[in-house]
Design a protein around this ligand. Structure first.
Ligand code: AMP
Length: 172
């Protein structure tokens, strides 16, 4: 039940900065049964979509995206902070609440036309996933869906990534 999973998401006020209510997923990760159930529920939504790769966003996206990919029989493509990937990369810069940030992907990570699912822990303003969409577009991958464990609906991130199949297990 998503409600049982939601009980394992801990609110941490003023982290990492004053005014942010951080959604801490570590109490969920530590509970084997609940974590298993959360991944199964996310995978369920995409199991008929034929996914070639799950594009996982550093760092908590790796934790969720890897078991999701395994469940869907898909590969994994990491999207990382600058300077972490060893081979040739392309970059996308995207807007944050204050300032900008950059993400990288290997140039040859997605075969053209590859059917990908993007995975991350939280959809907040949608800036991060907007950057990931730019990267996949440049590599001519086809975004089949975007999966989040948590969506902060009041931040309206969904509006930034309109036109995609967006799934979130828990909404605030
Ligand atoms: P955004 O680009 O605003 O959609 O923010 C999404 C990224 O920031 C995700 O990768 C999340 O891991 C992280 N994030 C943003 N807001 C929160 C929050 N309230 N709690 C936990 N993580 C967050």
């Amino acid at each position: 039940m998503p409600q049982d999973i939601q009980k394992l998401i801990r609110d941490v006020p003023d982290f990492p900065k004053p005014g942010i209510m951080f959604k801490d997923i570590t109490p969920l990760l530590v509970d084997g049964q609940a974590f298993h159930r959360a991944i199964d529920l996310m995978a369920e939504h995409y199991k008929k979509h034929k996914i070639d790769q799950v594009v996982c966003v550093e760092a908590r996206g790796f934790i969720l995206g890897a078991p999701l990919a395994y469940r869907l029989g898909a590969g994994i493509v990491p999207v990382r902070k600058p300077g972490k990937l060893p081979h040739e990369t392309i970059q996308a810069t995207y807007a944050l609440e204050y300032g900008t940030d950059t993400l990288e992907i290997h140039k040859d990570a997605i075969p053209a036309g590859g059917r990908v699912l993007i995975a991350d822990d939280v959809l907040a303003t949608g800036g991060t996933v907007g950057g990931v969409l730019k990267l996949i577009e440049q590599l001519q991958g086809k975004v089949v869906g975007i999966a989040f464990l948590i969506e902060l609906g009041f931040l309206k991130g969904r509006e930034k990534i309109k036109g995609h199949d967006i799934f979130s297990l828990i909404r605030y």
